[in-house]
Design a protein around this ligand. Structure first.
Ligand code: OAD
Length: 262
């Protein structure tokens, strides 16, 4: 923990890369753990363009159920610690694979959502988009059983998330890769690191000579390239990590003050 905090405090341009595990402590199921969504449901029936074409009602039932679960959840200590690390100027951006909006809710400002956001919907035909969190009809939308239609053209609405077989939003992906090329450290939290192109992020940082710190209770596909591996649930350790980073920063500035007065 001390080494991770020291590296973070000394970094010039650190970024965070997060996955479903950071929200596990908020009660949101991950995808590939024993209780994970893809252990209980078949992604090809729920999270692909052809599944939506075949059975939009089933896909919408799944997404409305997830929206409900997420609306009951609150950010946990790990989300708040990341937001505070950004406020301190240590973390420059959070690149997430999550669609749950909890980073934004916890106060993260520079947030890149690689797989979209479950509270945004878009039209399957025209360019209509809506952020349900900013709309009065969120509750009604989530509890409705009807297929949602575009208020502009009447076509079906779909969740503005990335499904299997679809491309990531190219502007977000380009910004994420460019941040990774610039970064001298990446804090990887709660991802299995098996879904590409998102999982390239830590490798780009490593190949550019940067450090990789990982927080995960289990070994992941990223662990072999981690310089520091904190094997624990993120919500249990990130507050302490934040405290230690603050100590390093404060000690560093005290030392600089002392040197100035010599
Ligand atoms: P996964 O379910 O693949 O991996 C979750 C990771 O979180 C695992 O490595 C767990 O060990 C770890 N984990 C579990 N509890 C944790 C905790 N309390 N603290 C820290 N880590 C914990 O989820 P992702 O890696 O996010 O894509 O999956 C990547 C993508 O696959 C998702 O964005 C989604 C999914 O299909 C799309 O929907 C496009």
């Amino acid at each position: 923990m001390g080494e991770a905090a020291n590296l973070l405090a000394k970094s010039k341009f650190a970024i965070a890369f997060t996955g479903a595990g950071i929200s596990a402590g908020s009660g949101i199921p991950t995808f590939r753990d024993s209780e994970g969504l893809w252990r209980r449901y078949r992604p090809e029936e729920l999270a692909t363009p052809s599944a939506f074409q075949k059975n939009p009602a089933l896909v919408w039932e799944f997404y409305r159920w997830r929206m409900k679960k997420i609306l009951e959840a609150r950010p946990n200590a790990a989300h708040y610690a990341l937001a505070e690390l950004e406020r301190l100027g240590v973390i420059k951006a959070v690149i997430t694979q999550n669609v749950d909006d909890l980073h934004r809710e916890s106060g993260t400002k520079n947030l890149l959502e690689l797989h979209g956001n479950i509270f945004r919907v878009r039209c399957t035909s025209c360019d209509y988009k809506e952020n349900l969190k900013e709309s009065e009809r969120l509750e009604e939308f989530v509890s409705s059983k009807d297929l949602p239609r575009c208020p502009r053209c009447g076509a079906l609405l779909r969740p503005d998330v990335v499904w299997f077989g679809e491309s990531l939003p190219s502007d977000v992906l380009e910004r994420a890769f460019s941040l990774a090329r610039k970064a001298d450290l990446v804090l990887v939290v709660g991802t299995s690191g098996v879904v590409y192109p998102a999982a390239y992020i830590p490798y780009i940082v490593k190949e550019g000579g940067g450090r990789v710190i990982e927080i995960n209770p289990k070994v992941s596909a990223i662990t072999p390239i981690a310089d520091v591996f904190i094997r624990a649930p993120a919500e249990d350790v990130m507050e302490e990590l934040l405290r230690k980073v603050r100590d390093f920063i404060e000690n560093g500035s005290r030392q600089r003050e002392r040197l100035k007065t010599l």
